[in-house]
Unconditional design. Sequence first.
Length: 234
Amino acid sequence: MFDFSTQVRGSAPGRTWDNWTFMFTDEDLRSSIVASLLLALFTVVLMVALLVPTMVWVRLRVPRVSRLIEFLCLLPLTIPALVIVVGITNVYSWVTYVLGDSPLVLTFAYVVLVLPYSYRAIDASLSAIDVATLSEAARSLGASWFTVIVRIVLPNITGGVLGAAFISVALVLGEYVFASLLHFDTLPVAMAALYKNNGPAAMAAALASMILVALFLIGLTFLSRDRHKLGASS
């Protein structure tokens, strides 16, 4: 991919970075990159804000509905993305009417898309700690539920939250079906349109996206390793 995106087209051999600089000079592609990065950020924030308090509350107060919550979170895996898009098209007509036609409104749909993977990552971390004992100790010292979740539980499940976050980023940056059928210009949609006219530039954008996701995953590995070292030393 790198070789194809840097080759000089024509009879003269050589290398060029024009296809890579095209990502920053072309207004449409640059705006789609910014939109996808913001979508990834908002999706992660909303996913964590929804899942972590809900899963902690269920474990502490209503453990009987934990299977129901798991079923609901894993349900998007059993439904094809195309079917989900068809089902929410009418809903999104109202969403865009109220919030505007910015690609950022895809955040709500992407949260549904990443729920199965995020749930598994966070659930594994919660299962590794004694949430009940930690919360009871904090509550006995006068901590509010907000303090329990943010300052007691969340630091102990950082690895799972980071794993869920990076998986969500990878999914959002590569998602095409939702954005295309709902007519929003995100990075995958822009790359698909660009490939029809400028294949090398589209290949450069695709490789840059893959490198970014790989760096996120490598960062997760080092962060998890540092967390384990810190826990062992303490």
